[in-house]
Design a protein around this ligand. Structure first.
Ligand SMILES: [Zn+2]
Length: 328
């Protein structure tokens, strides 16, 4: 074992974590923020999303936060919430992580300890700088696996370790499914586009969602709305055109990013998409009172599709939807 790895093991096993009665046995009665953030970081490095020792608070944080939240929910009671901004800033007091200040900002202890939201974090910092020796170590799967084990064993109970290992497996599966979907979208349509049976439902959902939401860049295909919060929460869902229950088809071309209202209206057959990619609305919408005006104004507009045409909704699926709801 190299000296660098030994140092990393020592540092990961001695994270400074606040003790407190709010924390259960699952996290050894100490705050779990830092180890959960580091577990998420290990996943992100494995995905190739983080490709340098600098973690950008704008570009990398959304996906990091999604993984962090998934881990958090597995070991922390539902009533306790947290923001990733908390560990992202407090890791500054560990020897391997430095918060990099934004222009004209001073990062003294008081400023760092006052950061509780992503918006606050982005005001004072541009990112986190990992020790370059540590980053080099993290590029190797073997080292990541050793360091993951160190984090788990030093910070969590046996039951919590089981939960976190399961979540890590889902993250890996979701990413592999996501990559599969992106590749398969370049091939001609087939009935069973991806071997979805090999994947667990949770991994499929995450993989499909990531593929659709990112190819549409968080924009609703029908109304064009795009709202992403600082924490990375998005107004859109990854919607299936032909429902998953009918054909088990997660092909990206059987998906569209839709906001909650458009998703509901599409699933109810109140709106559809023509063979020219124009939004159609059902007669029901025109006749009914209390239907939001915003839905009616969509009629005749072109959908907002991904830049890359290979990801556009397939005509075959849109036709199925129009027929199903008698939208002409
Ligand atoms: Zn919409």
């Amino acid at each position: 074992m190299t000296a660098m790895l030994e140092t990393a093991i020592l540092r990961f096993s001695k994270l400074r974590r606040a003790p407190g009665s709010v924390w259960s046995e699952a996290t050894k009665k100490q705050a779990p923020h830092k180890p959960l953030l580091l577990l998420s970081l290990l996943d992100l490095v494995a995905r190739g999303v983080v490709s340098s020792s600098f973690i950008d608070v704008r570009e990398d944080l959304v996906e990091l936060n999604e993984l962090f939240t998934n881990y958090w929910r597995r070991v922390v009671p539902i009533r306790q919430t947290s923001s990733i901004a908390f560990p992202f800033s407090r890791l500054h007091n560990e020897p391997f992580w430095k918060l990099v200040p934004a222009a004209n900002q001073e990062l003294d202890r008081k400023t760092i300890n006052s950061i509780n939201t992503v918006t606050q974090l982005r005001q004072v910092a541009v990112g986190g700088q990992i020790d370059t020796d540590l980053y080099t170590l993290l590029l190797k799967e073997e080292n990541r696996s050793i360091l993951r084990q160190v984090l788990l064993e030093s910070c969590f109970s046996t039951a919590a370790i089981r939960e976190l290992n399961d979540q890590a497996a889902i993250h890996a599966e979701a990413f592999s499914y996501n990559q599969d979907l992106l590749l398969k979208a370049q091939l001609p349509l087939v009935k069973e586009a991806v071997e979805s049976a090999n994947y667990r439902a949770m991994a499929r959902d995450q993989g499909f969602r990531r593929a659709v939401v990112t190819t549409y860049d968080h924009r609703c295909a029908l109304c064009g709305i795009r709202i992403v919060t600082a924490e990375g929460h998005t107004a859109v869902d990854a919607a299936h055109i032909v429902p998953w229950s009918k054909t088990h088809n997660d092909d990206i071309r059987n998906g569209m990013a839709l906001c909650k209202l458009c998703h509901w209206a599409f699933d109810e057959g109140m709106v559809g998409v023509s063979d020219k990619y124009v939004v159609l609305t059902s007669r029901q919408i025109a006749l009914k009172s209390n239907v939001p005006g915003s839905l009616q104004t969509l009629t005749g507009r072109l959908i907002v599709a991904p830049d890359d045409e290979s990801f556009w909704p397939a005509q075959e699926y849109l036709r199925w939807h129009r027929r199903e709801f008698r939208l002409i």
